[in-house]
Design a protein around this ligand. Structure first.
Ligand code: DHE
Length: 659
């Protein structure tokens, strides 16, 4: 059977696929914790003795009812209101049976040929999934639907979870779901799946959703083999219970996790090797929770270092000498690139769940402090920049820009201002951009600018004055003037923008521009980004380029390259997810798309220091990095095998915000 979700993007007629989420293509290994036990996973002390979610209920459903409950109910209700697709009550009065049969059996061709089917798909934004139905199956579903038309679908009670099953489901939720839906399930990158909505959806709908994924980006956990049927049943029950209280993490607890591996006095005062360390690449090996340090000149791997569960990103210190890596379990690891062999010199765990870390970068404050933004608890933590000694832990305000008080506000992207001793923090759920002053005692949050809800990722404009941050579930990029501390504009770019740190280049017509691709649609949106030199185009969309698929996460360029590169690793179609596209800066057109490897999705780009080479990751357990000539795009090398390589951070480019 085909993977069912295919979207039809009617603007420009391109076919697009989309997905969203934190899943790696392979199941993350829950045991892949950092080597030392100073950084435990949230519930490492209550590990269940054996797998508890092993029961798959024997359900009495047969024929059309079985098909409807296993597949259709992920999107449709009968009399309970529109969900992800129309409420099917009385559908037999609105549509003829041959019309419905066509839609069920040949959704793609019927949507292309029939005006009503096309209008329906246009209204919902995607085509009815192709489940491979044949005539008898389709007829059985329609007969059963008509038989329950007046009463609807009888809800199926969730299973009763034992303590061990509850604990297992809680950990599963944390590992798989919390990144997009939030610890308390209120939604952000993914929708609200709190108790009220989960109970409204009901057991069958949740099970079907977990199995098949959704057209708006939810991974197909069951279909892709990442959760088995028993785990899905446990999760469906867990979601219909109130979320358990998540633990706080005090400064004392953070201090207990601090480990100074190499004191400053024992570190070299000059590089202890002859390699060009400013051309090193830190490569995230996501599932094993490691960072590989690759020599960008020789392509040799010079070190591999444990950095925390499901390693996420690396940032460099202002001098570039140190790397700060953050794992999803909140572990921060400081790596010294001057050591004879690069090594971890300090570790700490400020949060239970985190995605971002950044150093102090203002002149005079270089390498003094490091901040970690937490996903959970709602706090940020400041450490000494040379030792990671914890210095302060501060709560993040829980009131949104609309005045709502939440239980959970996560810190997403963080950048260090070049104007003042402050960090800018994107507070996801609340929609504020916070300014944390590292020149003041206690590192207080001194300013909160109301931006837009669901802030996520972003980077600087070419002049490093405006922080361009995506409010991805609000479909916009917010323009933050770091110098004046103002929100200068909002750019409605498309469905779920996800720029990474974005890309800056000079357009032949519009001057300096910045851009984003999108998770929810196959589109590159380019907007003017030079309010001083070209104010007439500033923060206005100047180009929209159709891409072959949605599911875009990152784009990148370099001043020496004529290209802007884009990935689409969350595209629902596997072949789309494996390709990358190159946009030509000079002509303003999409020049080509190609597939680095059939082994897995292509994700994230980085250039070497000179901008002569382009590196792209093949995200698979037997993955690799494919190296291209940054001008001709001819392949130059393959580095691997590497276990789930994702982000890559060239020391020079990361230190100087070259993107
Ligand atoms: Fe990321 C950046 C959060 C999933 C790879 N990711 C970011 C940032 C945030 C974020 C807030 C910006 C940090 C900053 O600039 O300070 N990421 C999240 C999530 O919440 C999400 C959606 C779900 C989750 O549970 O984690 C998520 N991210 C992923 C992935 O699945 C990716 C592709 C691979 C992985 O880590 O498993 C992934 N995220 C990255 C990378 C960056 C990033 C490579 C840095 C891009 C850059 O060039 O700076």
């Amino acid at each position: 059977m085909l993977y069912p979700y295919r979207w039809l993007l009617f603007l420009g007629g391109a076919v697009a696929g989309a997905a969203c989420g934190s899943s790696s293509p392979q199941a993350p290994d829950p045991d892949a914790a950092v080597a030392d036990d100073a950084h435990p996973a949230p519930d490492a002390d209550v590990t269940p003795p054996a797998k508890a979610c092993v029961e798959v209920p024997q359900l009495p459903y047969t024929g059309g009812e079985k098909t409807f409950r296993e597949m259709c109910v992920a999107c449709h209700t009968i009399g309970d209101g529109a969900h992800r697709a129309p409420d099917l009550q009385d559908v037999h009065l609105r549509r003829t049976r041959p019309w419905m049969m066509q839609l069920m059996i040949n959704p793609d061709t019927w949507t292309e040929t029939d005006p009503d089917a096309r209008a329906l798909a246009a209204g919902w934004g995607y085509v009815m999934p192709d489940f491979g139905f044949d005539g008898p199956t389709g007829r059985a579903v329609l007969d059963w639907m008509q038989s329950v038309n007046a009463v609807g679908v009888t809800p199926r009670a969730p299973m009763t979870l034992s303590d061990a099953q509850f604990t297992e489901a809680k950990q599963m939720y944390f590992d798989r779901c919390a990144g997009c839906h939030g610890t308390y399930r209120a939604g952000a990158t993914g929708p609200d799946i709190g108790t009220t909505r989960a109970r409204w959806m009901g057991t069958d709908s949740i099970v079907a959703t977990l199995h098949w994924g959704t057209p708006r980006g939810m991974p197909a956990w069951g279909h892709d083999g990442l959760l088995d049927p028993a785990e899905i049943e446990c999760m469906a029950a867990f979601l219909q219970l109130d979320p358990p209280e998540a633990p706080a993490r005090s400064l004392a607890e953070i201090r207990q996790s601090w480990e100074l591996v190499v004191p400053v006095s024992e570190r070299p005062t000059a590089p202890a090797h002859a390699r060009d360390w400013e051309n090193f690449f830190a490569v995230i090996l996501r599932d094993p929770g490691k960072v590989a340090i690759l020599d960008g000149t020789t392509k040799e791997e010079v070190a591999r270092i444990d950095v925390g569960v499901s390693a996420h990103i690396v940032r460099t210190s202002s001098t570039g000498r140190y790397l700060y890596a953050v794992g999803r379990n909140g572990a921060v690891t400081m790596i010294d690139l001057w050591a004879a062999t690069p090594q971890a010199v300090a570790r700490v765990q400020g949060c239970y769940d985190a995605r971002s870390v950044e150093g102090s970068k203002l002149a005079g404050w270089e390498d003094r402090y490091v901040i970690e933004g937490c996903y959970w608890p709602p706090q940020y933590v400041v450490f000494d920049g040379l030792t990671l000694e914890p210095l302060a832990r501060n709560d993040v305000p829980l009131t949104t820009i609309d005045g709502e008080v939440l239980r959970e506000v996560r810190t997403a992207a963080i950048v260090a201002s070049p104007f003042e001793p402050v960090w800018l923090l994107a507070f996801k759920e609340s929609g504020y951009v916070g300014f944390v002053d590292y020149a003041q005692d206690g590192f207080p949050l001194v300013t909160q600018l109301p931006a837009a809800r669901f802030l996520h990722d972003g980077g600087w404009d070419h002049a490093r004055r405006w922080f361009l941050v995506a409010a991805n579930a609000s479909d916009r990029i917010m323009v933050v003037d770091a110098q004046e501390r103002t929100i200068d504009a909002e750019i409605v770019t498309g469905d779920t923008p996800h720029p990474g740190r974005g890309a800056n280049w000079e357009d032949p017509v519009y001057g300096w521009v910045n851009a984003t691709t999108h998770i929810g649609e196959g589109k590159l949106t380019v907007y003017g980004a030079d309010p001083i030199g070209r104010p007439e185009h500033a923060w206005q969309i100047v180009r929209e380029i159709a891409l072959p698929a949605a599911g875009g996460l990152f784009l990148k360029t370099h001043p020496s390259s004529p290209w802007v590169l884009m990935d689409m690793p969350l595209a629902s179609d596997a072949s789309d997810a494996r390709q990358i596209c190159a946009y030509a800066k000079a002509s303003g057109v999409l020049d080509r798309c190609f597939t680095p490897s059939a082994a897995g999705p292509a994700v994230h780009f980085e250039f070497d220091r000179a901008g002569a080479e382009l590196w792209v990751s093949v995200w698979a357990q037997d993955g690799e990095i494919v190296v291209y000539d940054a001008v001709t795009l001819e392949e130059r090398a393959r580095i691997g095998p590497l276990d789930t390589p994702t982000g890559k951070f060239n020391v020079h480019n990361s230190t100087h915000d070259v993107y």
